[in-house]
Design a protein around this ligand. Structure first.
Ligand code: SF4
Length: 374
């Protein structure tokens, strides 16, 4: 199955914690979609004869874009390949962009899944994150989206400045009152050069320490499992049948094509695996959309192994022990590592596969690193 990603690089303003590639304002929206059309046409050979299982509009803020631009691109794609009957067409949306009319238009354009960047239902957390929407908007929009779309996901962030366990409990409770089909729960990460990083460096704010962050995450795991959500990836929880098809495909290392500035693609064949990345500059993208690829790399056997271990451990289908035994560099040390992680309660073995436990999800990267390099 092939999946597609479109990176829409526009946001109204930059949130204090965000380091994604984006530009503020939408002055170049027309030029952007003209360039996208050229990029898409230039890649028609990659699309021809293929069946698309999922299309993901990410960003940036795709919900800012007038819907006719999105449907125009979907029509262009549909003319070049075919869509699976149960295709997922997902759009990342900010609550302040969504009203009844916009949601009707998105539905009519074929969007099946809305991923709402609520981040929190608590005014003080939204303020600390520099978000443009209110808690009330998150609430109303999520409730309304649940009446319309096949799947509705809500993003939540824990560990914002000043947050403690009781605040996080209250936030989770508010989200769960709405019973979204899917929740993505992220621990706040303070990235260099962000406003948040600057505020922390100046002593204006402080974030919860690692132990508190971990307990907030563990609390969410417990609550969501008790509420019937399936923990299918480190940060993602879904009710049955509502996992993200696009995200799961990328974690399973299935091929995908990315369009727009800074979008990545992954090509896979019997002989080779290749990753490419488009240029992370709107100006350069607009000036040469048919030559947008700025980086191309064929993966070595070692890189394929590294990716496979990192990604397979993150999801609940686990990692094949025989594969690990054949490819790893630890030799006899592998068995010791597995036993040590089992004793700590971080991994479990079943039917020849290794699975992270709920406790182990917190240490996914550490475990993968040890399996890869010892
Ligand atoms: S809306 Fe999303 S992409 Fe845009 S600045 Fe905020 S966090 Fe970053």
């Amino acid at each position: 199955m092939l999946t597609l990603y479109l990176h829409i690089p526009f946001c109204k303003a930059r949130c204090s914690y965000c380091d994604f590639y984006l530009v503020t304002g939408m002055e170049h929206i027309d030029l952007f979609f003209s360039a996208l059309s050229l990029e898409t046409a230039s890649r028609s050979a990659d699309l021809k004869g293929r069946t698309i299982g999922a299309i993901h509009f990410g960003g940036g803020t795709p919900s800012m874009v007038p819907v006719h631009y999105l449907s125009g691109w979907l029509e262009q794609i549909a003319a070049l390949c075919s869509f699976a009957p149960d295709i997922e067409i997902a759009l990342e949306a900010n609550p302040e962009d969504l009203d009844e009319k916009k949601m009707d238009e998105l539905q009519a354009a074929g969007i099946t899944r809305l991923s709402i960047g609520a981040q929190s239902f608590m005014p003080e957390k939204l303020y600390a994150l520099g978000r443009a929407h209110t808690a009330l908007q998150s609430n109303l929009v999520t409730a309304s989206a649940l009446q319309r779309f096949k799947s509705v996901s809500v993003d939540l962030i824990c560990g914002v400045p000043g947050e403690n366990l009781s605040m996080w409990e209250a936030d989770l409770y508010k989200a769960l009152t709405l019973r979204p089909h899917h929740l993505s729960v992220y621990m706040l990460s303070v990235e260099p050069k962000t406003i948040l990083h600057h505020q922390i460096a100046k002593g204006m704010l402080s974030v919860p320490d690692d132990a508190l962050q971990a307990s907030l995450y563990e609390h969410a795991q417990g609550v969501l499992l008790r509420q019937g959500y399936n923990h299918y990836e480190v940060s993602n929880f879904s009710l049955p049948g509502h996992h993200s098809i696009y995200n799961l495909a990328t974690w399973k290392r299935e091929p995908y094509l990315g369009f727009g500035p800074s979008a990545h693609s992954f090509f896979l064949s019997e002989e080779r695996e290749e990753r490419t990345a488009n240029v992370s500059s709107l100006v350069r993208y607009l000036s040469a959309p048919t030559a947008a690829v700025a980086f191309r790399e064929e993966l070595s056997a070692e890189e394929r192994f590294t990716e496979h271990v990192f990604l397979a451990l993150r999801i609940n289908s686990g990692l094949d022990v025989d594969f690990l035994r054949k490819e790893n560099k630890l030799g006899q040390g592998l068995l010791q590592s597995i036993t040590r992680f089992e004793e700590r309660g971080w991994i479990e073995q079943q039917d020849g596969r290794l699975y992270l436990t709920e406790k182990g999800f917190l240490f996914a990267d550490l475990i993968a690193e040890e399996f890869i390099s010892g």
